[in-house]
Design a protein around this ligand. Structure first.
Ligand SMILES: Nc1ncnc2c1ncn2[C@@H]1O[C@H](COP(=O)(O)OP(=O)(O)O)[C@@H](O)[C@H]1O
Ligand SMILES: [Mg+2]
Length: 327
């Protein structure tokens, strides 16, 4: 197969942590050809989507004493050439949030990839339609009590009723802008004003789940099926459990309640073309559905001895094969 990955500049990625690199590496090891590009290198011409592609070859990471070790340099890029994305069997859109104008326009460009020829992971309309924070709200049985609002008074009432809450900007990732909120906080008004840009931008405010101290679980879903999970614990000096805020990772299992949550979201994810997704679960509650560039497979592979990247690439092989047999 020929695969293209739309990613942030490759030199900024960490081969020992980033799932995009784990997927590229798996594809390469399974004998496929991989190209990389960036959201700002996409174009539309003649009614088709094009990208400035560079062929990438990786030196696979090695597990040494339970840690991934990368070679230096760990990747090699070819010269670039403007190529129709229709020549690819699959295209991964894995640019990191924020979901800003350039991100959104990239998804509109990807609408011009013929999805009968090329599998898009994830579907551009699916990503566009699924705000990572707000998508979870539709699964009313799975989420903690939550409001989305820019209204300071409404937010204050909610926080007073709950005692403690977590405020989340709607477009960020990796713990950015996540704030612990209590109505007695002397900065309460300022926090809400800063986060809502003086009442102009809505934010999510969610009841604080004390179980977060036992971890924020990341479950990786492939076409709606859970394929692996990882627990994230906070550093101790920060209430946030994100790996990017110094959280540590630990091996974990998927509980029956979490399997139930996966079942609740699966059908909708498949309908929306959200094939590779990471959900976050705290204390048995769904808090986030990560659809843009979910991560975690390097850590899960390290802790569980799995090869989740192979599973993803093999799933693509199989779904393209069965699609082509139908034709
Ligand atoms: N309802 C909640 N109760 C307690 N802690 C929370 C809650 N929601 C989020 N957090 C904390 O904030 C972190 C980031 O939240 P999340 O919603 O996953 O946003 P993101 O990872 O995109 O920044 C979590 O890892 C967790 O530590
Ligand atoms: Mg998260």
């Amino acid at each position: 197969m020929k695969l293209a990955f739309i990613i942030d500049p490759i030199h900024l990625l960490d081969p020992c942590h980033d799932t995009s690199i784990a997927l590229i590496e798996a594809a390469q090891i399974l004998g496929h050809e991989v190209w990389v590009t960036q959201a700002n290198l996409l174009s539309v011409a003649e009614g088709k989507a094009w990208a400035v592609l560079q062929r990438v070859e990786l030196v696979p990471v090695q597990l040494v004493e339970r840690r991934w070790i990368a070679a230096n340099p760990w990747y090699k890029l070819s010269d670039s050439s403007l190529t129709s994305l229709e020549t690819m069997d699959a295209v991964f859109m894995r640019t990191d949030p924020p979901v800003n104008d350039s991100y959104l326009y990239a998804t509109y460009i990807l609408d011009y990839v013929d999805q009968n020829k090329t599998l898009l992971i994830n579907s551009p309309s699916g990503i566009r339609g699924a705000n990572e924070k707000m998508y979870a709200l539709q699964f009313t049985k799975a989420i903690p009590e939550t409001i989305v609002s820019a209204d300071k008074q409404f937010i204050r009432q909610f926080v007073e009723a709950k005692g403690a809450a977590v405020l989340k900007p709607l477009g960020n990732k990796a713990g950015e802008g996540i704030l612990f909120l209590q109505s007695s906080d002397r900065n309460f008004n300022s926090i809400v004003e800063l986060s809502t840009l003086q009442g102009r931008v809505p934010v999510m405010v969610q009841t604080y789940l004390p179980e977060a101290k036992e971890g924020d679980k990341r479950i990786i879903l492939l076409n709606g099926e859970p394929i692996g999970a990882l627990n994230r614990l906070s550093s101790g000096t920060d209430f946030r459990n994100n790996m990017a805020t110094g959280g540590t990772v630990a091996q974990t299992e998927i509980t029956p309640r979490e399997h139930e949550i996966c079942t609740q979201v699966a059908e909708r994810l498949r309908q929306d073309g959200l094939i590779f997704v990471g959900i976050d679960v705290i204390g048995g509650y769904l808090t986030e559905v990560n659809v843009t560039s979910p991560t975690g497979i390097r850590e899960i592979d390290r802790l569980d001895g799995t090869h989740l990247g192979y599973q993803v690439i093999q799933w693509i092989e199989q779904s393209l094969n069965s699609r082509r047999q139908e034709e």
